[in-house]
Ligand binder design. Structure first.
Ligand code: UD1
Ligand code: UDP
Length: 370
């Protein structure tokens, strides 16, 4: 079997690392090896948004690097579509594997579907029900043209069933767990922080919150962005906040100073795992980080109005507060005391599977039983 994997952004490198490891393990133990061709669209291109993940997670160099990053959504997606099609015509894979909900995801799925190459979508079925998000458009369209819908959660399965996708001929809809959980379980055993991050944690005596902000709905709206930043500034007067700044947010904040927030460049996955394991809580609008906060048993305050990871909110691990300064500051006051530990709460166990999502995905693609 020949699989062509399309990646382009930071969270996709992390997800693909877990699946590539499962492919390598399969190849070690079986006489029918899977050939994986890795295509990097170039959507994320700074060293600390791309190369660092390939190095730390020992992901093979991409077979194809399209160098398409920046620009408008239409231009980016269109250029990717054209170039991915050329690669698919040359490589003729049996399956195209795409992850999540970025422009790279949609371009990969669409290029394959137009050539009638089956698409496998990892992280299928997530919905925010907010069509203003570019990610919601990308994920709905990708699910519509995928043959394998690999859902991370029961909620994701339900969403797709509500759209009737389980009745479609040749479509396989399966709950497999979350490959990000696989990644955390594996890499936390070997993650070593950089000296810079280790010394920052030491300097703060393990007393800090971790924050990230990068969603278009927050960064592209100056009112929301100002409100979030002033809330974080206020909170950091009493508990320091480390905020690795996404280049999108960096560009929009330009030279504005936030003297009390520890603003740092985007960090690698190993630093992130270390920060997560030492922090007292997380403020974020990231999808991946909401789950990682739960994996590390840290309370999470989500700077959005809705989330695709609704089970975390329902079970009290995550609080949705939007971008209003007052709500964020208020939420921080109860962050530690009001939190129910995910380790103590038995009903929360295995919301994201058992750490074998990648292996399950490979087995299903090979036609083995789940
Ligand atoms: C993208 C995804 C988003 C995902 C995020 C993960 C889409 C529509 N959005 O958002 O779902 O949560 O990745 O981080 O696909 N930039 C750099 N250097 C880089 C990467 C980006 O300077 O290495 C700049 C770009 O030039 C652009 C801005 O950041 O101006 C936004 O990048 P883009 O890839 O369009 O979207 P993200 O916000 O990263
Ligand atoms: N991440 C990282 N360094 C950072 C910020 C995030 O390694 O500076 C990791 C984070 O731990 C998670 C993933 O990147 O595994 C999430 O990516 P991001 O927030 O960019 O995208 P989203 O999940 O919102 O699509």
């Amino acid at each position: 079997m020949k699989i062509l994997t399309v990646v382009g952004t930071r969270p996709q490198f992390i997800k693909a690392a877990a699946v590539s490891r499962a492919i390598a393990q399969h190849n070690q133990n079986h006489s029918n090896p899977i050939q994986e061709i890795l295509l990097h669209t170039g959507q994320h291109y700074d060293k600390n948004m791309s190369d660092v993940f390939f190095q730390e997670m020992q992901i093979s160099d991409p077979n194809y690097h399209l160098g398409i990053g920046g620009g408008t959504h239409g231009a980016m997606t269109g250029q990717m579509l054209e170039k991915i099609e050329q690669v698919l015509l040359e490589e003729k894979p049996d399956v195209v594997l795409v992850y999540g909900d970025t422009n790279s995801t949609l371009a990969g799925a669409l290029a394959a579907a137009k050539l009638q190459i089956p698409v496998a979508h990892v992280e299928a079925g997530l919905r925010s029900f907010n069509m203003k998000m570019p990610e919601e458009v990308n994920r709905i369209l990708t699910d519509q043209i995928s043959q394998w819908l690999f859902c991370p959660t029961a909620t994701a399965v339900k969403n797709l069933e509500n759209e009737g996708l389980q009745h479609r001929a040749h479509v396989q809809l399966c709950q497999v767990g979350d490959v990000m959980y696989d990644a955390v379980l594996f890499y936390q055993k070997i993650a070593q922080p950089t000296p810079k991050t280790a010394s920052l944690i030491e300097q703060l005596s393990n007393r800090f919150y971790l924050a990230t902000v990068h969603r278009a709905e927050n960064t592209d709206n100056p009112v929301r962005l100002n409100s979030i930043m002033s809330a974080l500034e206020e909170i950091s007067q009493t508990t320091p906040i480390i905020l690795p700044l996404h280049p999108r947010t960096q560009k929009l904040l330009e030279t504005r100073a936030f003297p009390d927030i520890k603003l740092v460049e985007p960090v690698g996955y190993f630093d992130m795992i270390t920060l997560l394991s030492h922090c007292q809580g997380v403020f974020t609008d990231s999808g991946g980080l909401q789950k990682e906060a739960y994996f590390f048993d840290k309370p999470c305050i989500t700077l959005r109005e809705e989330t695709e990871w609704i089970e975390l909110v329902e079970q009290g691990f995550n609080q949705l507060v939007g971008a209003e300064r007052k709500r964020i500051v208020e939420a921080e006051k109860g962050i530690v005391n009001d939190y129910t530990s995910s380790q103590a709460n038995q009903s929360s166990q295995h919301l994201y599977g058992y750490g074998d999502a990648a292996k399950t995905i490979i087995n299903i693609l090979l036609g083995k039983s789940e």
